[in-house]
Each structure stands twice: as C-alpha cells, then as structure tokens.
Ligand binder design. Structure first.
Ligand SMILES: Nc1nc2c(ncn2[C@@H]2O[C@H](COP(=O)(O)OP(=O)(O)OP(=O)(O)O)[C@@H](O)[C@H]2O)c(=O)[nH]1
Length: 351
C-alpha cells in the first residue's frame, strides 16, 4: 500500500449509524472533517459488484488478485485523495445497494447534495436486471436532490467476457438505462456516461481518469496548455498524470489511443519503481521516490521516444514523440519548463 494516502485522513461510518444523525447538524464529527469542501465521488452498486476492489486497486495499489479476499463493506468508507494542493476529492465507498434512495430514514440530501460524481458499478458477469432497476431509482433520487451530479456507469468485470459478449452486454445495459430515463421524461436533463471496466487491465484507470476530469474546473486551461506544448515540440500525445493512482487529469485534445495511454502509464510504474529503489533522498517525505528532479527519457524500438518530467509534487507530464523530433531536446526541455510554470500559475491561489 502506498504511503502517500496515509498522510491524508480517511474515515468510516458504521453502517448502522448512517441513518439520520450521520448528516444531521452534528455531522461535523471526526469522520466528517476534511471531506466537506472536496468534490465527492460516490461508488454505488449492488453487493459484490466490485466497488471496494476498484477503490483499492486504483488508489491503494492493491493487486487485483488480492481483492478476492475483500470482505463485504458494511459501512461507508471515505478516502481523501489529493493530487496537488488544488486537485483533491473524496471517494465514498458505499455498502452494496440496500435501498438508500427509497429509505425515508436515510438522509439522501446529505449524501447527494455535495456529490460531484456518482459512479454506479454493474457486474457484467452477473444478472444485471436488478442492478439496472436500482441504478434508475438512485439516479432519479440523486438528480432530484442535486441536478449537477455527473452520472457514470461502470460496466464492470468485463475481463471474463469475449469481445462479442462485451458489446452485446454494453448495448443491452445502455439501451435499458436510457429507456428508463426516457420513460421518466428526463432524457434531456440527465447525462449518463458508460465505461467498460476491469481491475485486471488499464480500463479502470482510464475510466476513473475521465470521471475525475469532469470535476476539475481548470481542465480546459490544462488542455490548452498541453495543446500548445505538443504543437511547439511536435509531440504526438501528452498526458498530465497523477503519478500515484496513474490517473491522467488532462491530455491534449487529440483522441486517446488505449495503447499510448498504457505505454505512458507503464512508464510511470517503471520510473516510480526505480525511484523507490535507488532514488529515495533523505528528504523524500512522500515515500514515492518522486521529486522535482524526477525525469526520464526512453527510446523505444519502434522509433518513438517516451518522455516524462515532474510537474508538481504529484503530477507528471508524460509525452510520446518521434525519435527525429527529439533531436532538439533542449528545445523540448525549455518548453516543458515553460509548461510547468504555466501549470503552477493555473493553480496559484487568486489574490
Ligand atoms: N473478474 C473480476 N472480478 C472482480 C473485478 N472487480 C472486482 N472483482 C471481484 O468481485 C468480488 C467482489 O468485490 P468487492 O470489491 O468486495 O465488491 P463490493 O461491490 O465492494 O461488495 P460489497 O462490499 O458487498 O458491496 C471480489 O471477489 C473481487 O475480486 C473485475 O474487474 N473482474
């Protein structure tokens, strides 16, 4: 498990106590402190759909095989995540769906009012009819309380399915969910995004990246800065990664190709692994082996170059470019430095 998240608070609320007092006037208890002003991401879904596994694999570096031994969640588990001083959010892993939305004793207001994104996890290997019905009631209730919520559906555990089965299930789920929303005459108001995910490959990181990006108000500026950088340096693709969960918080505006994303994401693993073994300085308080000096250039055998440079304490620029374009690497370093300064300015507190 990574130390980085140990420095951020995390708390949990016993399931039996989730009802009214949790979000009432006394809600400023120990477990609540620190979560109030952060965008909140809820992980909801039926029991055993894979919610805790997703949280642990993406944010706590648990290996996917270890999730086989996870016990059922019986209380809301909250984790506070900070990619930099200004990109931070809290993730709430809720116990398997037990009808919060229809239980009058449960304070839905408290749950949904400050939520930025609601991720509903559907086990694609299981019978998902009940999950679709639950998703529908949850979306209606959440939308009624907070119309700003981004609704995200993870069609999960697709690793066990053939490509054909994946497509069929995705179509079936999307069709049913959208038909239910249309029946409620809310198709123009409620926007839902769907992702095929698995903890056994990069798809869960890619999906989480898309969700997190929706919660970052500075995203258009970061994208513009990346666009300027790639055009000045003839870079093919550039990502701004949060190095610990390997979620990219922004990329340039060209389409993301999964292979490029996987390559860039794997590069971070290599740099962090080497950093942890050989690069830990005395003042490395992050325990990551990642600091202002972190940088790497890898020449691939297909004529491409992978370039990585530290941008802030937890953010890294990872770019892919053709080898001949890397000949003027002084110019690239110069532009990356300018990009780094611009990113720092984006996040500078306003006077
Ligand atoms: N094949 C496969 N199995 C998965 C995946 N994600 C989770 N699982 C398995 O699904 C089972 C349930 O995972 P959990 O994370 O405990 O599910 P949960 O939704 O948190 O369950 P509750 O706490 O009961 O609500 C575990 O055995 C995981 O190993 C996945 O992407 N693929």
């Amino acid at each position: 498990m990574n130390d980085r998240y140990d420095e951020f608070s995390s708390g949990s609320v016993p399931y039996g106590q989730m009802f009214p007092d949790m979000y009432g006037e006394d809600a400023g208890g120990e477990a609540e402190q620190g979560y109030e002003n952060k965008p909140r991401i809820l992980l909801m879904g039926m029991r055993r759909s894979g919610k805790s596994s997703i949280q642990k694999v993406v944010f706590q570096k648990m290996s996917p095989n270890e999730t086989l031994f996870l016990e059922s969640t019986t209380k809301i588990v909250k984790s506070e995540i900070a990619s930099s001083s200004l990109i931070s959010y809290s993730i709430w892993d809720l116990p398997g769906q037990v009808g919060y939305e229809s239980n009058p004793a449960f304070d839905n207001e408290g749950l949904f009012a400050q939520t930025g994104a609601l991720i509903f996890v559907i086990d694609a290997q299981d019978n998902y009819r009940e999950a679709i019905a639950k998703l529908h009631t949850t979306v209606l209730r959440a939308y009624e309380i907070n119309p700003e919520i981004c609704f995200e559906v993870f069609i999960h555990k697709v690793d066990g399915l053939s490509d054909d089965a994946k497509t069929v299930r995705q179509q079936d789920i999307v069709e049913h969910v959208l038909a239910n929303i249309a029946d409620a005459e809310l198709e123009d108001q409620i926007q839902i995004s769907f992702y095929l995910t698995s903890i056994y490959d990069h798809s869960i990181f890619e999906a989480f990246s898309k969700v997190i990006q929706k919660l970052i108000p500075q995203l258009p500026t970061l994208e513009q800065l990346l666009d300027i950088l790639i055009s000045n340096c003839c870079i093919e693709k550039a990502f701004l990664f949060d190095v610990v969960p390997k979620i990219y918080i922004a990329d340039d505006s060209s389409p993301v190709d999964m292979q490029t994303y996987e390559l860039c994401s794997d590069m971070i693993d290599v740099v962090i692994d080497v950093g942890c073994i050989y690069g830990m300085g005395e003042n490395d308080d992050t325990g990551l082996g990642y600091d202002a000096e972190s940088a790497s250039v890898m020449h691939l055998n297909n004529g491409m170059v992978l370039y990585m440079k530290e941008v802030t304490r937890y953010l890294a620029l990872v770019a892919l470019l053709r080898e001949d374009k890397y000949e003027k690497h002084g110019l690239i370093d110069y532009n990356v430095e300018a990009f780094k300064n611009a990113v720092a300015k984006v996040f500078e507190p306003r006077q």
